[in-house]
Write a new protein. Structure first.
Length: 87
């Protein structure tokens, strides 16, 4: 029984690592976007883009029957870090 629990936890650990790797990959693109914005004198904050993203996150949350508020909170943290990196 404990062995089964450990196996399930190991699967969660693997998924968590994959999530972190995907966030890292996303932040690589964020850096490139930041460079583009600096070069082309674009503002870091793009309210329209953030609204588009929030709408996508809400849509995807509903499709997967996930707690929309939690998903939005998670992505708000990621977006805040993205803006910090782009400065």
């Amino acid at each position: 029984m404990k062995n089964e629990l450990e196996q399930l936890r190991q699967k969660i650990n693997k998924i968590d690592k994959e999530i972190i790797l995907k966030i890292n990959k996303r932040l690589d693109f964020v850096k490139k976007i930041g460079e583009f914005k600096k070069k082309n004198i674009f503002p870091i904050k793009d309210a329209k883009r953030e609204e588009e993203l929030n709408n996508l996150y809400k849509k995807w949350s509903k499709e997967l029957n996930l707690n929309e508020k939690i998903i939005i909170k998670i992505f708000n943290l990621i977006i805040a870090e993205s803006k910090r990196i782009q400065k």
